[in-house]
Design a protein around this ligand. Structure first.
Ligand code: SF4
Length: 512
C-alpha cells in the first residue's frame, strides 16, 4: 500500500508504521561509518523519523544522531569524522515514546568505569513498566552516578540496565543476564569500544541477519542491507541468540530457548521485496499471495492495477492467476517520505493526490481490480476509490493481500488503536460500503501463511486473529507513551535535558 490511513487529509501520515531498522558492522580497515550509512539507507523504509550511528575505534565511542531521514542527518563531513572499526546504526519510527531528539537511537550510556555502551533496537517490549521500575530502583544507588532516565523509550531502559552491571561483569555477561528478562520483540545491535553484539528475542519476531565482509562482519534488519554494502548472507541471528564479534572472532551464546514467532506482516508490507526471510523471497511471497487472492476472490474485470509500491507484486500475481491484463494506473510520488512540514490547507485538501496520481487514459472506461497490501483505517482506500471513479473507472474492485487487520500490534508496529481499525467492528461488506468499492476481497490467513512457506506455529499473526504469542501485561495496553512524562531524574535536570548522550572521552558530535 502504502496508503492506508492515518488521516485522509495527511497523505504523509497514513501507513502502518514500520518499527525501526538496525545495522552493525565490525570491520577493521573499512570505513564503517559509511557502511552503516548505506546500510541504514537500505533500511530507511523501516523508520523515517530519526537516524543515528555510533562508531568506536577501540578506545572511544562517538554517537551522532538526529531527527530526519538518513540522508538528512548525515553528510560527508559528519561521516568522515566518525572513525573506527565498529559501527552501530539505527533508523527509527517511534513505537515507544515520542518523536524527539532524546528518543533517537543509538541510545548511549557510560558504565561506572567510563566505557560506553551504544544500542539500537527494533521491536517493542511488553514489560517496559517492569523495566522502568528496575531503572527507578537504581536511583537508590546514587553512587552509580548513571541513574538518569533521559528518554522515554524501552530501548533506553535496556541500555541503562545493561550499563548498570557491565562495569563489574562485562557487557557480554551483563547482556546474558538481562536479555532473558526482556519480554516482547527485540532485535538489538549494540556495542562497547571493543565488541559488536547482536541479539534477537526468543520468538524472533523481528528479523535480524548476519553477513560476511571480506574484512569483517555485518548485522542488519534485512538481507537487502547486506546486499547493498556488499556483504554475503551468512545466516539469520537465531531467536534467543547473542552474537559477540571482536578481535577474537565471533562467539554465539544462547540466552533463551528459541520459540519462533516471526511477524507475518513483514511479508505483507514491512520488509523490502528484495529481502529474504527464512529463506523465502519477500517478492515471491507477495506474488504468491496475489495468486491466492485471485483464486479466493475472482472477479470479471479489464485491468489489474497495484497501489504502488507495496501492492505491486501481489497485483502481478493476481493478474497472472486471473488472466486479466496488468497495468500501471497510479503513479506514486517516489519522493514522499516522512515530512515534518505540515501541508497547507490547499495542499491538505488534495489529500491522497500528494502521494498517488491516477493515469486517466489508462483508467478511463475500465473495470478495475485494485490490489493493495492491507487496509488499516480505510481512509486512504476510500479516497483512492473515489479518485479512480473520478478518473473514469467504470467499476473498482479492491483486493487486499492480507486478511482484515482487527487487532493492534504490541511487538513493534504502530497500526492504530482497535477502535480506529476499520475492520475491527464490521464485516467485509461493511468495509466495502465504507470505502465505496464495487467489491472487496481479502486473502485468507491460511492463504497468507501458505504463501510464506512457514509453518503457522512459527509465525505471529496476532493483528489478524488476536492470538498474541507473547502474553501482554496490562501496561502494554497503555501504548507507546507509557514512559512519558519522564518519571525519574536523579540529577534534577529538566526532563527535556538530553544529557551527555554521545561519547567516549571528548566526543561532542551530537547536535540536539
Ligand atoms: S501483531 Fe501483526 S504486525 Fe505485530 S508482530 Fe504480530 S503479525 Fe507482526
Amino acid at each position: 500500500m502504502g496508503p492506508d490511513t492515518r488521516t485522509e487529509s495527511d497523505p504523509t501520515d497514513d501507513e502502518p508504521r514500520e518499527e525501526c531498522g538496525v545495522f552493525g558492522a565490525w570491520a577493521p580497515g573499512e570505513d564503517v561509518a559509511k557502511l552503516a550509512y548505506y546500510g541504514l539507507y537500505a533500511l530507511q523504509h523501516r523508520g523515517q523519523e530519526a537516524a543515528g550511528i555510533a562508531v568506536s575505534d577501540g578506545r572511544r565511542m562517538v554517537v551522532f544522531k538526529d531527527l530526519g531521514l538518513v540522508s538528512q542527518v548525515f553528510d560527508e563531513q559528519t561521516l568522515s569524522s566518525l572513525k573506527g572499526h565498529i559501527a552501530i546504526g539505527h533508523c527509527r519510527y517511534s513505537t515507544t515514546g515520542s518523536t524527539t531528539w532524546e528518543n533517537a537511537q543509538p541510545t548511549f550510556r557510560t558504565t561506572a568505569t567510563g566505557s560506553g555502551i551504544a544500542l539500537g533496537h527494533n521491536g517493542n517490549l511488553v514489560n517496559t513498566a517492569e523495566l522502568r521500575d528496575e531503572v527507578a530502583a537504581l536511583v537508590d544507588e546514587p553512587a552509580s552516578g548513571r541513574s538518569h532516565i533521559r528518554s522515554s523509550t524501552d530501548s533506553d531502559l535496556v541500555t541503562e540496565l545493561m550499563a548498570a552491571t557491565a562495569a563489574d561483569i562485562g557487557v557480554e555477561e551483563a547482556a546474558m543476564r538481562l536479555l532473558p528478562r526482556l519480554r516482547g520483540a527485540f532485535s538489538l545491535v549494540f556495542g562497547d569500544e571493543q565488541t559488536l553484539y547482536a541479539a534477537r528475542d526468543r520468538h524472533g519476531v523481528r528479523p535480524l541477519v548476519l553477513g560476511r565482509l571480506e574484512r569483517g562482519w555485518v548485522v542488519a534488519s534485512e538481507t537487502a542491507a547486506l546486499d547493498i554494502v556488499g556483504a554475503s548472507m551468512v545466516r539469520e541471528v537465531e531467536p534467543g541468540e547473542l552474537l559477540a564479534i571482536d578481535a577474537d572472532g565471533m562467539r554465539s551464546s544462547r540466552f533463551a530457548a528459541p520459540e519462533p514467532k516471526g511477524c507475518v506482516f513483514e511479508y505483507v508490507y514491512l520488509a523490502r521485496p528484495d529481502t529474504t526471510i527464512a529463506g523465502r523471497s519477500v517478492h515471491s511471497t507477495r506474488v504468491d499471495i496475489g495468486k491466492r487472492l485471485a483464486h479466493e476472490h475472482p472477479v470479471e474485470a479489464d485491468l489489474v492495477i497495484p497501489t504502488p509500491e507495496s501492492g505491486t507484486p501481489a497485483a502481478i500475481g493476481y493478474a497472472q492467476q486471473s488472466g486479466i491484463p496488468y497495468g500501471q494506473g497510479l503513479v506514486k510520488n517516489a519522493y514522499v517520505g516522512r515530512t515534518f512540514i505540515q501541508p497547507s490547507q490547499t495542499i491538505r485538501q488534495l489529500g491522497i493526490r500528494l502521494k498517488l496520481n491516477p493515469l486517466r487514459e489508462v483508467i478511463r472506461g475500465k473495470r478495475l481490480v485494485v490490489v493493495d497490501d492491507s487496509i488499516v483505517r480505510g481512509n486512504t482506500q476510500r479516497a483512492l476509490v473515489r479518485m479512480l471513479r473520478e478518473a473514469g473507472a467504470l467499476e473498482v474492485h479492491v483486493r487486499i493481500a492480507s486478511p482484515p487487520v482487527r487487532w493492534p500490534c504490541f511487538y513493534g508496529i504502530d497500526f492504530a488503536t482497535r477502535a480506529e481499525l476499520v475492520a475491527s467492528g464490521i464485516d467485509t461488506e461493511g468495509v466495502r460500503r465504507s470505502i465505496g468499492a464495487d467489491s472487496l476481497g481479502y486473502v485468507s490467513l491460511e492463504g497468507l501463511i501458505a504463501a510464506s512457506e512457514q509453518p503457522r506455529t512459527r509465525l505471529c499473526s496476532a493483528c489478524f486473529d488476536g492470538e498474541y504469542p507473547i502474553p501482554l501485561p496490562e501496561e502494554a495496553r497503555l501504548g507507546k507513551h507509557l514512559l512519558e512524562p519522564v518519571p525519574v531524574d536523579v540529577s534534577g535536570a529538566a526532563s527535556g535535558d538530553p544529557g551527555p548522550v554521545s561519547v567516549g572521552p571528548g566526543a561532542a558530535l551530537d547536535r540536539p
